[in-house]
Design a protein around this ligand. Structure first.
Ligand SMILES: [Zn+2]
Length: 459
């Protein structure tokens, strides 16, 4: 007798789609049988017409705990993640106070997430000028990786000196960990900011300063550090096809480097930024329509390792200030990545759902060393999955957000495909309620578990 049986299940994995019956026992996938097989279960779920996908893994979010919980916390952030089908997130070391720069701060985050999160969680640590002695103890405490900036971070997170960066990469290499980098070169941006922009409006000036050259120059430099030290480089939130190409070129030379991109760089352009304003402000900024096309080509070619949201929310007033310069640079989006990219990638561009599953589930599961327990649905995998209705037509409304504040640049966008249910180890943690038209949490805060990376980077 199984605890739960998924009948008429169409499983979408990274490399195949198959119709089957799934038997779940003690939180694991215990049996995958041919369609029509009769499996006895305490609970039967008819999945006809729906897709069953492995739970999504978003390795780039900012949930603001501790210290900035006026914006978000583990309970609200993970609830919104669950509504988006995300069953594991990795929380960044900034946009919280204090920053996550010590062993104690890493342990504190794990304790807070254990109390608040409805899905599984990993914890990023930071790499700054004066904490290289903390990298080993932070890794020991379970840190997922080390985040570093090549410019002054949005909320003041400091950039290390070049020699410290090099030491950080070497140390990450020694620890079997990696450095995740925000690539925008401060010197390039300072040079442009110092030029005369008297005639330009705030958004044009912002785009001029956060220019493609700044992102490419920083990427070049950190690829050099990775090549020199052997430390694994992960390029966070690449916005440009040229950046993905630099990574591909470095990989060919044997440099240990990976790259992620985010939905804003696949869906939005500078025209959208002019129209939407502060709610779409992020760094690197959204780019041209040609760049968006180029990013999709690289997605299709398999040159992007995985995707994450860079969910970095704020109070509504912080995103809607009269001055664009004063608006917070970060986007609320963890609830919508999969439906949005299903709509644009699968429905409009004809990509396979398997590709999205690879980018948002299997590949990040490998990177954090959890595959095949997570990131797929095979016998022996966790029964952590998403029931997705690929036909549902709906429009994103800010009021349906489960985040602490109800604003997102994606409000008003039409989606084809909806996350109907999110399950974590055989228990439903969130479901779409057709009576209210909103997602409703069914899991309890604290049912998520910590994920300590096995640092194999997918190798
Ligand atoms: Zn970020």
């Amino acid at each position: 007798m199984f605890d739960l049986v998924l009948e008429n299940a169409r499983l979408v994995l990274e490399d195949a789609t198959r119709d089957c019956v799934v038997g779940i026992k003690d939180g694991d996938v215990a049996r995958i049988a041919e369609p029509g097989t009769r499996l006895e279960g305490e609970q039967i779920l008819d999945c006809a017409g729906k897709l069953v996908l492995p739970g999504f893994i978003d390795l780039h979010v900012h949930f603001n705990e501790p210290g900035l919980t006026r914006r978000e916390d583990y309970s609200t952030g993970s609830s919104s993640a669950a509504a988006g089908g995300v069953t594991l997130f990795a929380d960044m070391p900034l946009s919280n106070e204090p920053y996550t720069l010590s062993e104690a701060a890493v342990r504190d985050k794990f304790e807070r997430a254990a109390k608040g999160s409805v899905v599984d969680y990993a914890v990023w640590a930071g790499l700054v000028e004066d904490n290289t002695d903390q990298l080993a103890p932070m890794a020991e405490a379970g840190a997922y990786g080390f985040k570093m900036f090549t410019c002054d971070g949005g909320d003041g997170f400091p950039m290390p000196e070049p020699e410290t960066m090099r030491r950080g990469f070497s140390e990450a290499h020694r620890l079997g960990s990696f450095v995740g980098v925000h690539c925008e070169d401060q010197a390039v941006m300072d040079r442009i900011a110092g030029q005369d922009h008297d005639d330009a409006d705030e958004i044009s000036r912002f785009l001029a300063v956060h220019c493609p050259e700044a992102e490419m120059e920083a990427t070049r430099r950190v690829i050099g550090l990775s090549e020199e030290t052997g430390g694994h480089l992960h390029v966070c939130h690449a916005s440009l096809p040229e950046v993905v190409d630099m990574v591909a070129e470095a990989k060919k030379r044997g440099v240990p480097v990976t790259v992620e991109t985010c939905p804003q760089y696949l869906l939005c352009t500078t025209d959208d930024l002019s129209r939407i304003g502060g709610r779409l402000k992020c760094t690197p900024p959204v780019r041209s329509a040609d760049d968006v096309e180029g990013m999709w080509q690289r997605i299709e070619a398999g040159a992007v390792d995985f995707i994450g949201t860079d969910h970095s929310p704020a109070e509504t007033f912080e995103k809607e200030r009269a001055s664009f310069d004063q608006c917070w640079g970060g986007i609320n989006g963890v609830q919508f990545l999969f439906p949005l990219l299903h709509t644009e990638g699968v429905v409009r561009r004809g990509l396979s759902p398997e590709l999205l599953v690879r980018l948002y589930s299997a590949a990040p599961a490998r990177f954090i060393g959890q595959y095949p327990r997570k990131g797929t649905l095979k016998e022996g995998s966790e029964a952590t999955f998403v029931i997705f209705d690929p036909e549902a037509q709906w429009t994103i409304r800010a009021e349906d957000l489960l985040t602490k504040h109800r604003q997102t640049p994606y409000a008003g966008m039409s989606c084809t495909g909806r996350v109907e249910q999110t399950w974590l180890r055989g228990e439903m943690v969130c479901r779409f309620d057709s009576d209210t038209g909103k997602h409703r949490l069914t899991g309890r805060a604290g049912c998520g578990r910590p994920v300590i990376p096995v640092n194999n980077k997918g190798k």
